[in-house]
Every structure is written in C-alpha cells, then in structure tokens.
Design a protein around this ligand. Sequence first.
Ligand code: SF4
Length: 81
Amino acid sequence: MRVLGNASLIDGDVPMTYAGQAHFGLSGPTDKRCADCASFEPNRQLRLDIGTCKKFYDLTSKKGSEFPESAFACKYFEPKP
Ligand code: SF4
C-alpha cells in the first residue's frame, strides 16, 4: 500500500493520501472517510477494511490500488445513498 503524503494531526502522523484514491485525501469533507463514500468498493474476500475507488477507475480507466477505508475523503466524495 503506497502512501503519497502525510498530515500531522494531534494523534501523530496519519497517512493523508493513498495510491488508488481519486484525488488528495482531505480535499473533501474533513469529517468523512472513504468508507462513507458511494465510490468506495470494499474488498469483501480478503479484508473488510480495505478496498478500491470506483471514481479512480472512472477517471483513469484503470483499477486503482487498494487502500484503507479509513482514508480521508477527497473532493469527489459522494455520500452513500
Ligand atoms: S472519497 Fe470517494 S471518490 Fe474520493 S478517494 Fe475516497 S472513495 Fe474515492
């Protein structure tokens, strides 16, 4: 899992953006995580806390890397219906 940047928060260094995200973490609503987004597709076979981003695929026509559902939301965040 490749981390593209870090944000120093009160709890310490927290990964801000992962490879496979459609845009930079924290460029969307700051109180939301990818797990809350309609574009997040969890990997139900291996682990429940990682998955891929459908919006990444829509933008690049490539399947992106898996990343944690706890990743900070990006500007393409859309709430789950
Ligand atoms: S907030 Fe949604 S669109 Fe953005 S990276 Fe996370 S799952 Fe993808």
